[in-house]
Design a protein around this ligand. Structure first.
Ligand SMILES: [Fe+2]
Ligand SMILES: [Fe+2]
Length: 144
């Protein structure tokens, strides 16, 4: 049941990032949302495998934020309305990531299998990475 709930949450994340990639005004942010959305789809698939008793390989390396850099177009000034609009999408996404990461953290304790816990742990790290990527975008674009 926990896995089903987590998977429903991932499905929502996939939809949300697809929608936000369409809504974002800045190309750089569209790309970031698309990138994260693809990763949410991986989470969705990984949970599906877990439900079938398989152990998928999830590496949090894919989403490591240390190599990410935004062009930071909004930092150059102008386009105030677009900037405000995109800042809202970022803040909302970070809030979702915090919520999802805490759901993984809570649900982790219900599972006895160390392999399964390790997969959920990696996914949780990736959710934190998603928030960090968006936070880096916001900082580069002086949205904070
Ligand atoms: Fe996810
Ligand atoms: Fe996420």
């Amino acid at each position: 049941m926990f896995l089903t709930n987590l998977q429903t949450q991932e499905e929502m994340c996939v939809e949300k990032y697809r929608y936000y990639a369409g809504q974002a005004k800045d190309e750089d942010l569209k790309d970031l949302f698309t990138r994260i959305g693809k990763n949410e789809k991986k989470h969705y698939d990984a949970l599906g495998q877990l439900m079938q008793g398989k152990i998928p390989s999830v590496s949090a390396q894919d989403t490591a934020a240390d190599t990410y850099e935004s062009v930071g177009k909004y930092a150059k000034g102008g386009r105030a309305a677009d900037k405000k609009h995109d800042a809202f999408l970022c803040t909302d996404s970070i809030t979702t990531e915090k919520y999802v990461a805490s759901a993984y953290n809570n649900d982790l304790f219900h599972f006895a299998s160390p392999e399964l816990r390790s997969v959920l742990n990696s996914i949780q790290t990736e959710e934190q990475n998603h928030a960090e990527l968006i936070y880096k975008y916001k900082t580069a674009n002086e949205m904070c």
